[in-house]
Design a protein. Structure first.
Length: 109
């Protein structure tokens, strides 16, 4: 029998629980925009930053944390997401893609 792959939201919840247990301040970042029922589309605020990671936080040493959650290896981050991750890492923060809580543990958190 084939094992069901967890939903991205389930992976996010598991990662957030782990970060909470580790004492790391982190939260889910809503980045989908606002749904407009008249057009049946999401409207994006022009002031929003494209590619912002799913989970944001502050590490105990004050550095910025950004985790882009993907469901599995077939789901790749977008160009905007890769650029955001690179920007955070270039400025001394910690940013990476996680497909499981094990990826977060492997990051050293």
């Amino acid at each position: 029998m084939k094992k069901r792959k967890p939903k991205e939201s389930e992976i996010e919840k598991e990662i957030l629980r782990y970060l909470h247990i580790k004492g790391i301040e982190a939260w889910k970042n809503k980045s989908m925009g606002t749904f407009d029922p008249s057009t049946k589309r999401f409207r994006f605020n022009p002031n929003m930053k494209l590619g912002v990671s799913d989970i944001l936080g502050i590490l105990s040493d004050g550095r910025f944390l950004a985790i882009e959650v993907k469901r599995d290896k077939t789901c790749k981050p977008s160009d905007h997401q890769r650029k955001f991750i690179q920007m955070i890492n270039d400025k001394g923060g910690l940013a990476f893609v996680a497909r499981s809580v094990e990826d977060v543990i492997d990051s050293g958190l």
